[in-house]
Design a protein. Structure first.
Length: 107
């Protein structure tokens, strides 16, 4: 079994954006909501417009080296990027971890 071809961080961001603020995405998020109505893990399947805008800001401010080495970013680097982009560090960490898992999947 070979590894799946690595996609760029920008391509992954566009995959995440597919179900932003649509009926399917909203139903999906509702199914995974906790008692407080939050569903952070569903963010990768159906982000809100605000979450997607934040992820776009974070990816936009990343250096070329950070984007090319996203699989090896440290927790501190992820936190710093999130703070600089003014996004929720947990959501950005979930996004980066989702990207890592996508890149490491085997076909």
């Amino acid at each position: 079994m070979g590894s799946k071809a690595k996609i760029s961080l920008e391509e992954y961001l566009e995959k995440v954006a597919l179900f932003c603020e649509n009926e399917y995405g909203n139903r999906f998020r509702t199914q995974f909501a906790d008692a407080n109505g939050t569903s952070e893990l569903a963010m990768l399947v159906a982000p809100t417009a605000e979450e997607l805008a934040g992820l776009r800001r974070a990816v936009a401010i990343m250096t070329t080296a950070e984007k090319e080495n996203a699989l090896t970013l440290s927790d501190e680097q992820i936190r710093t990027i999130a703070e600089d982009a003014r996004v929720d560090p947990a959501n950005f960490a979930i996004f980066i971890n989702g990207y890592i898992l996508t890149c490491k999947r085997v076909s």
